[in-house]
Design a protein. Structure first.
Length: 202
């Protein structure tokens, strides 16, 4: 394996490590929020998980910046202008259209789609908790995922991979870490709560 190939493999490994670190930190932070708030329902734990995702992503970003001797200018944050807002609104409308089209196609073909754990947790639940979930998703989940997967994971690949390849790899990592959400709702949170209560091995 030549030097370029080794750098590429190492960069992908680091990106996966950062993504896993963010996932673990977010789950543990969510578990702490559950303990502090006394959330007892699956829906409540999902809200706590959203807050935990924000805290976990922020923690991983902080330690990366400290570890690599960077400053916070490394994080791409800017006030959106009209063009940015137009792209955001247009993208949301386009994605909604694609979703409706895919759902219609799957329905016509008789293909059953998987349910997301969050949707299952809030099905028929308390509207107040649902509103809280929407608010925490907007305030924590979206910004946290952009911070972790675009600013941290994706940018960690730029030195070894081309920009398009880095985007593809980061997107694949992003999709992979979301697979547990389509399993039993609360699986990740339950594992984190169990781990947080285990005694430290000496």
């Amino acid at each position: 394996m030549d030097g370029d190939a080794r750098r590429s493999v190492r960069a992908v490994g680091v990106a996966i490590y950062l993504a896993v670190a963010g996932l673990v930190a977010s789950a543990l932070a969510g578990s702490l929020v559950v303990d502090l708030t006394g959330a007892a329902s699956v829906a409540g734990e999902q809200v706590a998980s959203s807050v935990g995702l924000g805290l976990g992503a922020l923690a991983v970003t902080y330690f990366l910046i400290r570890w690599t001797d960077r400053d916070w200018s490394y994080v791409d944050v800017a006030v959106p202008d009209r063009a940015d807002l137009a792209v955001a609104v247009g993208g949301a409308v386009a994605l909604a259209g694609v979703l409706v089209g895919v759902e219609a196609l799957y329905g016509a073909l008789g293909i059953e789609t998987a349910s997301h754990g969050v949707a299952e947790a809030f099905r028929g639940g308390d509207r107040v908790v649902l509103a809280a979930a929407v608010a925490t998703s907007v305030l924590f989940v979206g910004p946290a995922e952009e911070l972790l997967y675009r600013n941290v994971v994706q940018k960690s690949l730029y030195g070894a991979l081309s920009r398009p390849t880095a985007v593809v790899v980061a997107s694949a990592v992003f999709a992979t870490v979301h697979l547990p959400a389509y399993l039993t709702p609360g699986t990740t949170m339950a594992a984190a709560r169990t781990a947080s209560r285990m005694p430290i091995m000496k």
